[in-house]
Design a protein around this ligand. Structure first.
Ligand code: ARG
Length: 462
């Protein structure tokens, strides 16, 4: 008989229990208890299938399935005693099931292994997170669309190199982020479709001699199909890596926007006012209203990239099939998922609440010679000059205005004509920022009509 101190799940060949340090490095229960609901769902599906295929009796399956619900409610109520000696969530649940229902609990693990079990649980967990990310992204996109619609014709400076480039519209800028988060959404959906295969029944690595029905468990757990190769099924963590890389790209988008909000909410820019709900004060400087949520979103990205790189490193040298290294997949994914969901929610809240400062945006839009390109285009269109010449003439006019400390529309017609004699009075019409943005009617351009058309297109999609 097994020595009492050896492991009750796998201790048959062991005379003694593990060293305390061995137990500490080996146990995953401290974190994988987050997959309890998925573990129990997988086991309930497995038990039903074992009965349907005649591997265990209906009575045993029923006892197992009901007992598992009792275990789940104990866990949900916080009454469950997790044991490090029982290593992980899989063995903790099974051991408790045995206490509750007795002998039939020992039949649950027929035709499966912890290798396919953990792969199944983790897939289910990641799939839930992809669904949560989809919800979060949709909410954020809708908040951005509301901003875009309200400010479809509000002018602001567009930047390249962080230097004033050309006037754009607020709505257009918001829609740029809609495109980014829209791509994130499509990556989430792609990843979900690709990962939705069931590893359950791959058993330890080779499949099983029991007449199991993997299609049945796959269907019960909402998978599209069983994974087609048992070796791959237990050793694949692509689904977690795709989750992390999708999260990384999305977090990069969140961070770029967060950076803009930090800049825009500063006293030097005053492009936006963030709401009190998404700002904090300083304990020493009474005037301060800090964009902490934006800063933290910017910083959370580091953890998400770290998780992505970390799991890539864990996986890169592993021979087929399962190795214990793979237990290190979870904490990073848990942390990245928490960070991503929180960042999405915080960004949605900030965007929903923030107020664009129309006057500051317009004032900034008109400064910095932002309509110089419009002037050059006018010289091409009206005077028929080659663009290169028009560019040069405009450059001279910008230098003149800069020397006088004024903007382009402030130059007199005489001053303009001193650079090119044919410049006429109607040039002033293109130097205004409103005319500038209204003229950019090319598909996907910044003109208010284009912005409204894109808002409409997106609203039909989300
Ligand atoms: N706790 C383990 C993990 O997270 C479960 C699988 C253990 N499998 C094994 N053959 N020891 O990966």
């Amino acid at each position: 008989m097994t020595d009492q101190s050896s492991n009750q799940m796998w201790g048959g060949r062991f005379a003694a229990g593990p060293d305390a340090i061995m137990e500490a490095i080996n146990a995953s229960i401290g974190f994988d208890q987050r997959m309890a609901a998925q573990d129990i769902a997988g086991s309930r599906a497995h038990a039903a299938m074992l009965a349907a295929t005649g591997v265990i009796t209906d009575n045993d399956a029923q006892a197992i399935r009901e007992g598992l619900l009792t275990v789940l409610s104990e866990i949900e109520r916080g009454e469950f005693q997790f044991s490090t000696a029982l290593e992980d969530i899989h063995m903790n649940v099974e051991a408790r099931l045995k206490e509750i229902i007795g002998e039939p609990a020992g039949r649950l693990h027929t035709g499966r292994s912890r290798n396919d079990q953990v792969a199944t649980d983790f897939r289910l967990w990641v799939r839930d997170q992809l669904d949560a990310a989809e919800t979060g992204l949709l909410a954020l996109i809708r908040a951005l669309l509301a901003q875009a619609e309200a400010g479809a014709d509000w002018v602001m400076p567009g930047f390249t190199h962080m230097q004033t480039a050309q006037p754009v519209t607020w709505g257009h800028h918001m829609l740029a982020y809609v495109e980014m988060f829209g791509r994130d959404l499509s990556r989430v959906r792609d990843a979900r479709a690709r990962m939705n295969e069931s590893p359950l029944g791959a058993a330890a690595l080779a499949g099983t001699s029991f007449p199991i029905d993997r299609h049945m468990t796959a269907e019960a757990l909402g998978f599209d199909r069983p994974a087609a190769n048992s070796l791959d099924a237990v050793s694949d963590r692509d689904f977690a890596l795709e989750f992390l890389s999708t999260a990384s790209i999305s977090a990069m988008h969140l961070s770029r926007f967060a950076e803009e909000l930090v800049i825009w909410s500063s006293a030097q820019f005053r492009f936006v006012a963030l709401s009190d709900r998404f700002s904090t004060g300083s304990s020493i400087m009474p005037q301060k209203k800090n964009p902490d949520a934006a800063e933290l979103i910017r910083a959370k990205v580091g953890r998400i990239y770290g998780a992505n790189t970390g799991l890539m490193m864990v996986m890169k040298g592993l021979p087929l099939t399962y190795s214990k290294d793979m237990q290190e997949d979870k904490e990073q994914v848990f942390d990245a998922a928490d960070s991503w969901m929180l960042a999405l929610a915080a960004m949605e809240g900030m965007v929903g609440d923030m107020t664009a400062n129309r006057e500051s945006l317009a004032a900034a839009a008109g400064s910095g010679f932002s309509t110089a390109t419009d002037l050059a285009d006018w010289l091409v269109r009206v005077l028929g000059l080659p663009f290169r010449d028009a560019h040069h003439i405009t450059g001279s006019l910008v230098a003149m205005a800069e020397g006088k400390g004024c903007d382009l529309p402030d130059l007199s017609l005489d001053e303009m004509q001193s650079v090119h004699a044919d410049i006429a009075n109607d040039v002033y019409s293109v130097l205004g920022v409103d005319n500038s943005v209204h003229s950019r009617q090319s598909y996907g351009g910044t003109a208010p009509d284009q912005v409204r058309a894109q808002v409409k297109r997106w609203k039909a999609l989300v």
